[in-house]
Design a protein around this ligand. Sequence first.
Ligand SMILES: [Cu+2]
Length: 168
Amino acid sequence: MNRVSTLTLAIALSITAAVPTLAADKTPAKPADKAAKAEPVEHVKITGAWIRTTAPGASTAAVYMKMESDVPLRLIQAESDAAKSAEVHEMKMVDGVMQMRPIVPLEVAAGKVVTFKPGGYHIMLLDIKKPIKDGDLVPVMLTFVGADNKLVRTTLAAVGRPKAPDAK
Ligand SMILES: [Cu+2]
């Protein structure tokens, strides 16, 4: 457990450090990119965003949602005023043990819904400033990179819920 956390932290740190570089990406633009620049990369749609309410003393909270974009995007960063930091995580069964790891970038294919749900993708808020309560509105800002290397930011409000809206 400890080892995984340390590893996660190390990866998270390297990701955080990498983001500004990526933002100022100096990948030489191909001539074809001129046309791509006109593309409306802002067309990312987030629906049903919710955040699981936390137990007393918990330091992390997971945010779930459905994400869709008109154009291919890569989700590279998550932030929230409600936490010290945030990461895009994936949960996976590894040798019969549920593990989570940061996934950066997360590819969002054009026209395909990416579902963040318990047991799968989630935005993990780390070092939350206060417990998440039922009905809370928690702001989360997501940063994407489009095919033209332009950054796209979107802010959503996740609603505090004790369990998934579709859970029995
Ligand atoms: Cu996580």
